[in-house]
Design a protein around this ligand. Sequence first.
Ligand SMILES: NC(=O)C1=CN([C@@H]2O[C@H](COP(=O)(O)OP(=O)(O)OC[C@H]3O[C@@H](n4cnc5c(N)ncnc54)[C@H](O)[C@@H]3O)[C@@H](O)[C@H]2O)C=CC1
Ligand SMILES: C[C@H](O)[C@@H]1OC(=O)[C@H](O)[C@@H]1O
Length: 254
Amino acid sequence: MTRFDLTGKTAVITGAGRGIGRALARGLAEAGAQVAVVSRSQAQLDELVQEIEQAGGRAFAIAADITESGAPEQVVQATIEQFGGLHILVNNAGMNIRSKALDVTEEEWDRITALDLKAAFFMAQAAGKVMCEQKYGRIVNIASVGGLVALRTGVVYAASKAGVIQMTRVLALEWSKFGVCVNTIAPWYFRTPLTETLLNDPAYLQDILNRTPMGRIGELEDLIGPAIFLASDAAAYISGQTIAVDGGMSVYGF
Ligand SMILES: NC(=O)C1=CN([C@@H]2O[C@H](COP(=O)(O)OP(=O)(O)OC[C@H]3O[C@@H](n4cnc5c(N)ncnc54)[C@H](O)[C@@H]3O)[C@@H](O)[C@H]2O)C=CC1
Ligand SMILES: C[C@H](O)[C@@H]1OC(=O)[C@H](O)[C@@H]1O
């Protein structure tokens, strides 16, 4: 068994109903993990569980709104009841409202930060209680290059994602001594329901490609390897880091 193999591990993936989370759930299951897939849509989760099981994997659907108070603990508890343990958390669920800073409302601030930052933290805290106790864990937070460099896609989203990156560092500082590695993946653009509208605009897409040294947007497959790596024993001495999966975008000065 290679150090990248996730056989014998149980993972929770939030926002797994579609997009990046769905791809990561499939990828971790293919790597051997039992996966608890979380989003608000039971129908999307049931379809994903069927897909994973038909491919020979083990999956369990947990329909939940992780911004609700107590939901993170309930998700962790349901996972442990179903699979007998928890080793990996992929904090993926996220959203954006692309308002200019002068137009941001309190309601928008609250909605974006509630999911992108607050829920990500309380999911990490709920999983961390189990992981620190058992002296083993892997937390993979999904931020954005928008947390590393300034994008035109919203200041609240950017602040939330930058907060996730810094949260990763502090959790790594506090939990690494318990064998819990906490890291972040920062994607650039990938075609999902979150970005479909933007990417269907030829001028906007060309702007993206002009800022991307690889000259293409990401394929969901491009995220699976980094996620498996950070979730595996191959990354046992890595904690607090952020890997930009961005086609070189975040280092493109001029
Ligand atoms: N698609 C992209 O180009 C990029 C995405 N990201 C990040 O990747 C993550 C996933 O993004 P996408 O797959 O594109 O988004 P998406 O909108 O396609 O999927 C988001 C998923 O999260 C779930 N979700 C939303 N609110 C929830 C809640 N309160 N409780 C539980 N589940 C909830 C949705 O049901 C959906 O399954 C997000 O954190 C996003 O910020 C970062 C950079 C680029
Ligand atoms: C790369 C960004 O994160 C991207 O920008 C958006 O508007 C979407 O919200 C994506 O997350």
